[in-house]
Design a protein. Structure first.
Lengths: 448, 490
């Protein structure tokens, strides 16, 4: 990294000389590569290197942040004077400030988040991976005659965090992903679906062949989709769509949503917020997982905590600021970019798997919806009202019967979490927000 | 640093980074290679500022400066792209070499001559003082006034969140066709959110606006009420919506008649039609609209336009991010599909004219076809008559976001303020609900179009392939004979 701890410390001590009481610096540097192949031809290659630095300064209870992609000396001089000027404009906030230096992490877990081998792959090998994935998909059926392309991409990021409370830490992470989106045509109608694998390391990736075959199956099963009548039925969320429900839960228990009074789980700590079979944790220390990090956005230690245990809300996700607002200590869930102050959010936020197979869930439904894709933004975090566009497969007599689309599913998240009556065992715990396939006993499905 | 009005973008970049016309020419030569058809450089220097208020105090104040250059090389349908956030000759040459890799090209060419900077065909946002140059103290004062007004609106308004964001983008585009064109773009937005509480019932209301205008825009009177300043109108709307939603009942579920109010509900066009008409999807035959030029895709009451040339609008541009002048493009005329939205690569491949819709989020992203301001022309119906014609349905006047599956054509958009219509009269407000339809046939079900076209207040941001760009939408009051409403009251 070009910008080192000593540069950060020097900048912070210059800020102190200008009257700043506290401050911190986030510096991020990274590189990425991606290639897209469509119908066997390379369509795009893109390669990038980038860096960014954010400086936050406190003048007593006032604070401001400036950030830039220009790390030259003149730029940093300006950054410093701009931050001082802006902080004087901000108003006093009694709850502002850094955590104490003693509270910060002094040892870091080994998280195995960096792929040291991907650099050895040539551009041609990367293109070949995308090509094989698409070819595997299109070979599955004649109706798969078009494609939105296959992508292979990887990235590497290094992050440095230095604060005037004495903390400094560094974190490196990589990501690799391979995906394909085949298109099937039948009777003049098109359907598209996709499959992907996204991991920390190349060797964790699902094979090109397997991604292609899964994508093809997912696309083919949508052919001939129709609408159904409006009705109340059980709804099974396939694990990818189930994870989006956990995402809503994570936002609802984030300290920043809560102290603003904008959560549907306001004042629910210690209360039943979900069915008894629901337990979920937040764990930033899982080796190889996408949400892992050795310390949080304020330098506080990473540790595993239960968020919901047997349906009872056990913990919020808090940073120092939202913790103070709610009268609680930080849970080490500060999330920090370069351009803004910390917020609070999940690391690896996982639902504990159930004892059932996906087939058990399907078999338990007389007539209902198996959701494979959700679209739209119809989620009201404050009230919990939920209404999203859905497509999937209709279940009849315990079997997947025929594809359906142009439906909405609606309910209220407060009730929906309490109505989860079966959880399968298919979680992929390398993802940051991950769930197994689950079933909600009743929702309104709107169609014809 | 911001560019003064007198300073031209080409001078700004050449002087600030010590580049010469000669270095641009040799970079283009390096990017071009023997088998490359086209190359371009996109220089960008963006300053953004953000202030937000909550709990009565302006807590967050931040500023960001981003600079960089994107280099792109195109060989037929292949694109090579690289960017650097350091603008130096060395970084330019190295990015150019990476971009050229796409054509498996061994060597670059000689320098490619570039012309003198072209003057822009439009001057759509000539603003005396860019909003970002206004003293931050005035923005703090505006946010405090917003807070005061919202709290005074109704004692049930318990929380007020307001934010002001402004940016200035200086761009310079240099292409292998010799084109050199630059622009300086202002943009600002004021947002207000209120939470109303009545016992344990809590509801949110939000409103905002802005555009490529001067700060004074917020202090001008609104179009409909000459005594009300724009910012005060935003506050009223956010607070009114939050209070209204306290009495909202469950939305109905199922297919029914829906009346969309004027303005922001134009997001319907953006999702149902606009994305599906972007040329990349049509060149690849992956859009539900592929191969349908000249066919009927809407009722003959519908004429839909994309227009990047409306002065001071959020979605407007003097030129697109490939240097093509923006223009007014008729997408659908009296129900017949007329045009796609093009960027350079797709127009070339499809042998169709450029439409000025090649846009990118920043230097770190490569251009693709995007919308600007997308709206439907006014019809002849009186909006009151449209409501009166509905026996049972809903009237939706404000929306959150929307999304579309380009290939199947299925799209959604979510109402944040809506009412039942019963026997031709507007009834109880209903909770937010998602509306879902099929892009290629939803406009064939438009059975009435009002005479009250209005554009949105200037808050739209469109996401595609991970890139966000500011856009506008507009709509007159319209009636759709049938669309599925995703409520819970079956």
């Amino acid at each position: 990294m070009e910008f080192e701890i000593e540069h950060a410390e020097a900048l912070l001590s210059r800020a102190k000389a200008l009257g700043a009481s506290e401050g911190d610096i986030v510096a991020v540097e990274g590189e990425s590569f991606s290639t897209q192949v469509r119908l066997g031809e390379v369509e795009k290659i893109s390669s990038a290197r980038g860096k960014r630095l954010g400086l936050r300064l406190f003048f007593g209870k006032r604070s401001a942040i400036t950030s830039t992609s220009d790390l030259s000396e003149t730029s940093l001089d300006r950054l410093l004077s701009d931050t001082c000027d802006l902080a004087k404009i901000a108003e006093e906030d009694d709850f502002s400030g850094l955590p104490s230096g003693e509270a910060c992490a002094n040892s870091f877990p080994e998280l195995d988040t960096v792929d040291r081998e991907i650099g050895a792959l040539s551009i041609d090998e990367k293109i070949a991976m995308a090509r094989q994935t698409e070819a595997a998909a299109l070979a599955q059926d004649k109706r798969l005659s078009n494609s939105d392309g296959a992508d292979f991409s990887h990235s590497y990021n290094e992050r440095l965090y230095v604060a005037s409370n004495g903390f400094h830490g560094r974190f490196e992470g990589s990501g690799v992903s391979l995906s394909v989106a085949p298109i099937a045509t039948q009777d003049g109608k098109m359907q598209r679906d996709y499959w992907y694998s996204s991991k920390r390391k190349f060797k964790q990736l699902e094979s090109a062949e397997s991604i292609g075959i899964t994508a093809a199956k997912r696309t083919l099963r949508r052919i001939g989709a129709k609408k159904v009548a409006t009705q109340k039925v059980p709804v099974i969320f396939e694990r990818e769509t189930a994870a989006s429900l956990l995402g809503h839960l994570a936002s609802a228990v984030s300290g920043h949503t809560l102290y603003k009074g904008a959560s549907f789980l306001q004042d629910q700590l210690g209360k039943q917020v979900a069915a008894k079979n629901i337990s979920l944790y937040d764990d930033p220390t899982l080796p190889l997982a996408l949400g892992s990090r050795p310390f949080d956005g304020e330098g506080l230690p990473s540790y595993k905590k239960m968020i919901v245990e047997q349906g009872i809300l056990k913990s919020y996700l808090l940073d120092t600021y939202s913790g103070k607002k709610l009268g609680l200590p930080s849970t080490g869930n500060a999330v920090r970019g370069t351009g803004g102050p910390p917020s609070a959010g999940p690391s690896n936020f996982h639902l504990l798997p159930g004892d059932f197979s996906i087939e058990d869930l399907i078999r338990s439904v007389g007539s209902g919806l198996y959701v494979t894709e959700l679209i739209g933004f119809g989620v009201n975090m404050t009230t919990g009202d939920y209404s999203r566009g859905a497509s999937g497969i209709w279940i009849e007599n315990g079997k997947l019967a025929y594809p359906v689309e142009e439906l909405t599913i609606a309910g209220n998240l407060k009730e929906m979490f309490k109505q989860i009556d079966m959880i399968a065992d298919d979680i992929d715990a390398t993802k940051s927000i991950a769930s197994s396939t689950l079933k909600i006993s009743e929702m309104t499905v709107a169609g014809n | 640093m911001t560019a003064s009005r007198s300073e031209r973008p080409e001078q700004f970049f050449l002087e600030k980074y010590g580049l010469s016309t000669r270095s641009l020419e040799s970079t283009l030569g390096r990017a071009l290679g023997q088998r490359i058809d086209y190359a371009d450089l996109y220089f960008e220097y963006q300053t953004s500022e953000f202030l937000s208020l909550e709990e009565g105090i302006v807590k967050k104040v931040s500023k960001d400066i981003s600079q960089g250059v994107g280099v792109r090389a195109i060989a037929q349908e292949k694109t090579g792209f690289a960017y650097s956030d350091e603008i130096t000759v060395d970084h330019l040459l190295s990015a150019a070499k990476t971009a050229r890799y796409i054509a498996e090209d061994g060597a670059g060419r000689e320098a490619v001559p570039v012309h003198q900077a072209a003057s822009l065909s439009h001057n759509l946002y000539s603003v005396e003082k860019h909003p970002i140059e206004m003293p931050a103290a005035e923005k703090v004062a505006l946010l405090q006034e917003v807070d005061r007004l919202a709290r005074a609106y109704d004692p049930r308004i318990k929380k007020v969140m307001a934010s002001f964001s402004s940016e200035q983008k200086i761009i310079l585009i240099v292409t292998s066709k010799g084109l050199v064109v630059g622009d300086v773009l202002p943009l600002m937005r004021l947002n207000v959110s209120c939470i109303a509480e009545d016992g344990s019932n809590r509801q949110v209301g939000s409103f905002g606006g802005g555009g490529r205008s001067a700060f004074e825009f917020f202090f001008e009177a609104t179009e409909n009420d000459t005594t009300k300043k724009r910012y005060a109108h935003y506050v009223d709307e956010a607070a009114r919506q939050a209070i209204l939603n306290l009495s909202a009942i469950d939305a109905p579920a199922g297919a029914m008649e829906v009346v969309l109010g004027p303005g922001w509900p134009g997001i319907l066009l953006h999702e149902a039609i606009g994305h599906g008409l972007e040329a990349d999807f049509n060149r690849k035959s992956t859009s539900a609209f592929s191969g349908r030029l000249g066919e009927r895709v809407a009722s003959d009451l519908c004429t839909v336009i994309d227009d990047g040339t409306i002065p001071n609008r959020r979605g407007s541009l003097n030129c697109d991010d490939e240097g093509t002048p923006t223009r007014r493009t008729v997408l659908i005329e009296k129900g017949i599909l007329k045009n796609y939205l093009q960027d350079r690569l797709n127009a070339e491949m499809m042998k169709m004219p450029l439409t000025g819709n090649g846009r990118r989020e920043s230097y770190a992203h490569s251009p693709m076809p995007r919308m600007t301001n997308t709206f439907m022309l006014a019809g002849e119906s009186d909006p009151g008559d449209i409501i009166r014609s509905v026996q049972k349905g809903i009237y939706a006047v404000s929306f959150g976001g929307g999304q579309v599956d380009i290939t199947s054509g299925k799209f959604v958009f979510s109402a944040s303020e809506a009412y039942l219509i019963e026997n031709g009269k507007i009834g109880a407000p209903v909770k937010g609900a998602t509306l879902i339809g099929n892009g290629p046939d939803v406009l064939t079900k438009v059975s009435m179009v009002g005479n009250d076209l209005s554009l949105d207040s200037g808050v739209g941001t469109c996401g595609k392939d991970g890139q966000s760009v500011p856009v506008g939408v507009g709509l007159p009051t319209i009636k759709i004979s049938e669309i599925t409403v995703g409520g819970t009251a079956a």
